[in-house]
Design a protein around this ligand. Structure first.
Ligand SMILES: Nc1ncnc2c1ncn2[C@@H]1O[C@H](COP(=O)(O)OP(=O)(O)O)[C@@H](O)[C@H]1O
Ligand SMILES: [Mg+2]
Length: 309
């Protein structure tokens, strides 16, 4: 795997205050990486350091192997970024904005511009002035703009802020496609864990400037990992089933709640347990795996609710 972005023990102190502390992680080609944390956690500060907009107090950030501090030009040429709001000219059309931006970067590749307008579904409104665009359309045009020079790394700071669910879904689909089809490394920050769960392959969770966890959504469950199950049996058989499961495997405890049984067990034991219950004439109506949501994890790690941040 190629690391497109690497943070090595990055810290940022502002007038004695430790805003970012000792952050290390890397983002690979072809993945969407979430940068998650409550408001004020230090996401924007970290992202500003990645693109050289803010000095790094200690540590280093490498983009495609080049230090943003000592080889700025080499590093930044691989980056496309939207930090805060994308800069657009409201009196120009979508296409004119992209042409203008491409010209500032040196050359105008007309085919690339149309390909990008197509990618973010703005082809049909490309001759409309940006003034008339919704926030979601502006964000998508911003993504197209950030991709004009074919960067290897796309950095987006809270791109879904203020978007409606449909707009969020579109951004999510584009980012996933870009990572998969173009091998782009994407890092996207958010304070909304529910969004990150669907969008990202992996993510880092930070709080008060410190890394508290790296989660890999692609990690496969191992055979003896405990899985949380929810089971529904015939109403009169709840107690009997509970006893059987309790006795079936050492260390398994079953809890009953609103006509359901809840317990954790290695997945490989399940077929045997089902046979065991059936042979005792227990009527099984439903067995469901209860996945720990990202929000549960975030809560247990930070003690903070999304709504509180
Ligand atoms: N230039 C600055 N001077 C002083 N404090 C700052 C400055 N920039 C950010 N901060 C503080 O650093 C913390 C992290 O801010 P920020 O990176 O914007 O967080 P996030 O993007 O995760 O919401 C906040 O407490 C903020 O007030
Ligand atoms: Mg921010």
């Amino acid at each position: 795997m190629t690391n497109v972005l690497e943070l090595h023990n990055v810290s940022r102190h502002i007038s004695g205050k430790k805003i970012v502390q000792d952050l290390s992680f890397s983002v690979q080609a072809g993945e969407v990486f979430g940068f998650l944390g409550p408001n004020g956690a230090g996401k924007t500060t970290t992202i500003r350091m990645m693109v050289g907009l803010s000095p790094i107090t200690s540590g280093d950030i490498l983009i495609n192997g080049h230090s943003i501090q000592t080889s700025y030009q080499h590093a930044i040429q691989h980056v496309g970024a939207i930090i805060e709001n994308p800069e657009m000219y409201n009196h120009l059309t979508a296409r004119q904005n992209l042409v203008h931006f491409a010209r500032m970067n040196g050359k105008v590749d007309e085919a690339r511009i149309d390909e990008l307008l197509e990618l973010v579904s703005l082809q049909h409104v490309k001759h409309k002035r940006v003034r008339t665009f919704s926030l979601g359309m502006k964000q998508r045009l911003g993504i197209a703009q950030a991709l004009i020079h074919r960067p290897k790394l796309l950095i987006l700071d809270e791109p879904t802020n203020g978007l409606d669910p449909e707009g969020i879904r579109m951004i999510r689909d584009y980012l996933r496609r870009l990572a998969k089809e173009e091998g782009l490394a994407v890092i996207v920050s958010s304070h909304l864990m529910s969004e990150m769960e669907l969008m990202c392959d992996r993510f880092a969770i930070i709080q008060t400037g410190k890394l508290i966890a790296i989660e890999d959504q692609r990690a496969e469950t191992k055979q003896d990992d405990l899985v949380n199950y929810r089971m529904k049996v015939a109403a009169g058989e709840l107690e009997g089933a509970q006893k059987l499961i309790d006795a079936f495997e050492e260390g398994v405890t079953v809890r009953e709640e609103e006509q359901y049984l809840f317990f954790s067990m290695p997945e490989q034991k399940m077929p045997e347990l089902i046979r065991h219950l059936s042979s005792a004439s227990i009527h099984l109506y439903e067995i469901k795996i209860e996945k720990q949501t990202l929000e549960d994890k975030f809560l247990s790690l930070t003690g903070k609710k999304e709504a509180d941040v």
